[in-house]
Write a protein that binds this ligand. Structure first.
Ligand SMILES: NC(=O)c1ccc[n+]([C@@H]2O[C@H](COP(=O)([O-])OP(=O)(O)OC[C@H]3O[C@@H](n4cnc5c(N)ncnc54)[C@H](OP(=O)(O)O)[C@@H]3O)[C@@H](O)[C@H]2O)c1
Length: 299
């Protein structure tokens, strides 16, 4: 609450609902559809075929009920196999209890493009997102204008967010419109291919390490807890059994309001997932000069 003391009363009550749901059941509700969406899901980008099926099985066995996928990740057939193996009558997990996100690439705008992208072996998809934050951010800003013509009101905005990119203004914008925010690359995407040695390493941030020591948790757990406690869904990716288990064990402690603020304060407007090009020997954002480039705005 203290972290958002400048926000409206309606914002407070929305976040309180999310928080109490998080504490009780690891779920939150879409305020305008009533659907439940688990606050922690398993990311699957970069999880190779040969690894991802086992990762999804470990996740489901560890209590995850939210898997984040996309055809562009090239691994949905194996994720489908894991679902077939783990879900169904007498298998312990009901398919309707698992929240599956998939995403269309940004060129797939026509209704005819949706079906071929909807992976049949995943058999049920709860959310289809447009796989492009650039577009999503623009869409979110235009959401109010679009809502008068949109036949389906958006429910989730998936964007990059972590302590170095706290997205405080965007989160307030989402709350004001009853949109759920999902944070991708919540741990700073340390396995991204274009990692550069000069980039800040989120998991080594001293303020987060201090909290990890205090609570006998890992930096990853502090980061995930910070997001869930402010009502943001996170989808950390892992193919490592111990980390998959670790990343969902964030519901047995609570950060103090000033500690929430301490994590938010390490924000430095840093984006790990942005295309860059080299100009005059310097790495710069590829599209920053475009008139609709959204990342020059505070959200
Ligand atoms: N909508 C979009 O455009 C978009 C963009 C980017 C990402 N995403 C989604 O968001 C998911 C997460 O983002 P991301 O994959 O970029 O990165 P991330 O989740 O921030 O980081 C994943 C990396 O962190 C490691 N890791 C996981 N848990 C850890 C822990 N407890 N301690 C230390 N290291 C840990 C993983 O290693 P191991 O796997 O080796 O354990 C992996 O190298 C993606 O997988 C994808 O589903 C969506």
């Amino acid at each position: 609450k203290a972290a958002y003391s400048t926000r409206s009363a309606s914002c407070h009550s929305f976040s309180e609902v999310l928080l109490s749901n998080a504490m009780l059941s690891n779920c939150l509700c879409y305020s305008h559809t009533g659907r439940k969406m688990p606050l922690v899901g398993l990311g699957t980008w970069k999880s190779e075929p040969g690894q991802v099926k086992q990762a999804v099985i470990w996740a489901l066995q560890s209590g995850y009920r939210h898997i984040d996928c996309a055809p562009i990740y090239g691994n949905e057939p194996e994720i489908g196999e894991a679902f077939q193996e783990m879900m169904g009558p007498e298998k312990g997990i009901r398919r309707e209890d698992v929240f599956v996100t998939s995403k269309l690439w940004n060129t797939k705008h026509h209704p005819d493009d949706v079906e071929p992208c909807s992976p049949k072996n995943l058999s049920y998809i709860v959310v289809v997102l447009n796989l492009n934050e650039f577009n999503s951010a623009v869409e979110c800003k235009r959401e109010q204008r679009n809502s008068s013509v949109a036949s389906i009101k958006p429910t989730v905005l998936q964007v990059e967010s972590h302590p170095y990119l706290a997205q405080v203004e965007l989160l307030a914008h989402c709350r004001d419109r009853s949109l759920v925010m999902t944070a991708y690359s919540p741990l700073g995407s340390p396995d991204r291919a274009w990692k550069h040695p000069e980039e800040p390493v989120l998991l080594e941030e001293p303020a987060i390490a201090a909290l990890a020591k205090k609570y006998n948790k890992t930096p990853a757990q502090i980061i995930i807890r910070w997001q869930t406690q402010r009502g943001v869904v996170t989808i950390p990716k892992s193919i490592t059994e111990s980390r998959i288990k670790e990343n969902i064990q964030v519901f047995d402690f609570t950060l103090e309001p000033e500690e929430m603020n301490q994590v938010t304060a390490v924000h430095r407007g840093w984006r790990y997932i942005v295309p860059t090009i080299t100009v005059d020997g310097k790495s710069v954002p590829r599209d920053a000069a475009h008139p609709h480039y959204p990342f020059n705005d505070p959200y």
